[in-house]
Write a protein that binds this ligand. Structure first.
Ligand SMILES: Nc1ncnc2c1ncn2[C@@H]1O[C@H](COP(=O)(O)OP(=O)(O)O)[C@@H](O)[C@H]1O
Ligand SMILES: [Mg+2]
Length: 283
């Protein structure tokens, strides 16, 4: 669906290269995440992919057409949520969506349907001016969906949201995936990346040195040991033993028979650990 080859970009009058020779592909129906710290180049990449920035080198193929050769039809097929909510503050939530829907030929949803997905239906007729940050972020998110696009771009969709709102967004993204949508998202949150993405790319200083499935990466870089918690009456005793053949371990077997094994935890690395290990930087 998306094929990026040796993409480079430098902002006008800037000496620093914002995107440095990155290549990746996103298949139809996949959630692909860019994980990286602030300033890594995630937003710049999204802006390049959706055509907000020009004068790049390398290639950006979306729907088998080079980005610079896309016709206006392209915008009917993609949906975008920017990292800052861009909404009409003087209009209500419903009016915002109705107006945005009117820009598209392919308007598929009623505003109410989308507001309901992100629990904003009770707020449908309130002015966005009075919305909290979380409400604006949720409205900004569904704003991308009015025309039922095939490919979605979400820039830090749950950044700064409380856990309840973050979960609403997460569930909405999974629902879009189940409908077969292709999703590109950027995040600096490893939990978001781990839970949502089929594949992640680590972005740092404009480069993309690592691409992989989050679970595969965690297993590949994790320690080959497991942590076992044994019930000791008042306390829990924790022991770390090799993963290989752990079920043959005599103590483990004895405790298992006595029904005293309370938890078994594989010691996979987190994406943050791997990010630090492979890039030398924190998220
Ligand atoms: N409009 C701009 N003009 C010049 N430099 C910019 C502009 N926007 C971003 N940058 C620079 O490009 C780099 C990548 O930024 P950005 O893509 O926003 O990173 P991220 O989204 O990963 O936080 C940073 O060094 C940033 O300072
Ligand atoms: Mg950004």
């Amino acid at each position: 669906m998306i094929k990026i080859n040796n993409l480079n970009y430098t902002y006008p009058r800037s000496k620093k290269h914002a995107v440095v020779d990155i290549s990746f592909e996103i298949k139809k129906g996949e959630i692909f995440g860019f994980l990286g710290p602030s300033g890594a180049g995630k937003t710049t990449t999204q802006r390049l992919l959706i055509g907000l920035l020009r004068n790049y080198t390398g290639s950006i193929e979306i729907f088998d057409t080079e980005r610079s050769k896309q016709k206006s039809q392209f915008f009917e097929r993609i949906g975008v949520a920017f990292d800052f909510p861009n909404l009409y503050l003087k209009l209500t939530a419903k009016e915002n969506l109705d107006l945005i829907g009117s820009y598209y030929k392919n308007k598929r949803y009623e505003a109410e349907e989308l507001l309901d997905i992100v629990n904003l239906l009770p707020e449908a007729n309130k002015k966005v001016d009075g919305f909290s940050k979380g409400m604006k972020m949720r409205l900004n998110f569904v704003r991308a969906l009015m025309h039922d696009p095939e490919v979605l771009f979400f820039d830090e969709p749950s950044s700064g949201l409380d856990p309840v709102n973050a979960k609403i967004i997460k569930d909405a993204i999974l629902r879009l995936k189940s409908e077969g949508k292709t999703i590109f998202l950027t995040t600096h949150n490893m939990h978001v990346a781990t839970e949502l993405c089929d594949r992640v790319g680590f972005m740092i200083n404009g480069q993309l040195p690592v691409i992989g499935n989050p679970i595969d990466l965690m297993v590949a870089h994790g320690e080959d040991r497991i942590e076992i918690g044994y019930d000791m009456g008042d306390t829990l005793e924790t022991k770390i033993i090799p993963f290989k053949g752990f079920n043959e371990d005599p103590y483990f077997r004895e405790m298992m028979m006595a029904d005293k094994v309370k938890r078994i935890h594989s010691m996979e690395a987190t994406l943050e650990d791997i990010f630090i290990k492979l890039t030398g930087n924190r998220l």
